[in-house]
Design a protein around this ligand. Sequence first.
Ligand code: BGC
Ligand code: ZN
Length: 377
Amino acid sequence: MGQTMRAIAVVPGEREVRLVEQPVPTLESPSDVKLRILEVGVCGTDREICSFEYGTPPAGSPHLVIGHESLGEVVEVGPKVEGFRPGDLVVPMVRRPCPHAHCRACRAGRQDFCFTGDIRERGIKEAHGFMTEFVVDDVGYMNLVPRGLREVAVLVEPLTIAEKALIQLWDLQERLPWDCPHTEPHGKGHCHTAVVLGAGPVGLLGAMAFVAQGFSTFVYSAEPENHWKVGLISSFGATFVSAQTHSIDKLRERVGNIDLAYEATGNSRVTFDLLRVLGTNGIFVMTGVPGHKGPTPVDTDGLMRSLVLKNQIILGTVNAGRDAFEGAIRDIGVFMSRWPDAVRALITGRHPLEAHRDLLLGTPSGVKNVISFKGQA
Ligand code: BGC
Ligand code: ZN
């Protein structure tokens, strides 16, 4: 065997999470690039994969190398690669297209809208991920990141969720006269109210993106009013509302017409409760993937009346295309120029590879925990 490297993997057959040795990948096609992985974020999806509720190893492999929120540095490029050089920072996309000729989405490079479901996702479904020292992949999946964002670029992938939501939101809301006359200097969200459900990394990054677009932004979450996240949230211009002191109806009274609701908890009960009070011409974006906990009663007459009589939209959204990655890279730059301390505060800790068990199997703490490979290669 050639050179090997360490990787964090789940072995579903043995119900194990452990370090494995993998061959160091080499360029296989002229358009491949090789990355040294610098940082990989840990998220709820990783924790679910590590409790064997989700995730599938590549065909023929007993294990799946996990990790999909990454930042790498180019170390080698194939002869056909243009625009990327050794030393460049990149964030790779997660999804790889399905093989079917009739899948118009995948054939158009929009595998985030794949029709067949036969996509692969690095670190999640049938393809090894990024919690390892080196990665090789086609340059077509790489997104260049400015050097100045090195410190926080691991947040790009989780931010793509809100960016993809925003791209769709503008398209959808343009069907009606949505802009107010004084929008121009403030961003397209100006004179609209956004409610973010959940104060984890997806919720907080989403809240920053909505504030940056001019929305009057509220974060509704289970933490108490004196939680440290409350100060963080107000430092970037959003307002925290605690679910401990505010029912959904009280939240609605406090914020007025909810133009945008952005779910970032995976809690379907709270989500459908909030849907009840979505405003006129409102859009409700769902991003979480709840585990099955059995049915809950919902007032279907009430929801349907509201959807119809208020011209509402419920939008489910998963994964991200290149446009959302580019939006995320641009916005992380905007966030860093406006609220550098708040962005830094989203990264709770940087941990060595050896800490993976606590991070993946223990109780999550803080916002975003990151596995850092610097100096370990
Ligand atoms: C990832 C997406 C992926 C989704 C479903 C999320 O955690 O960020 O890229 O499509 O999980 O597997
Ligand atoms: Zn497809």
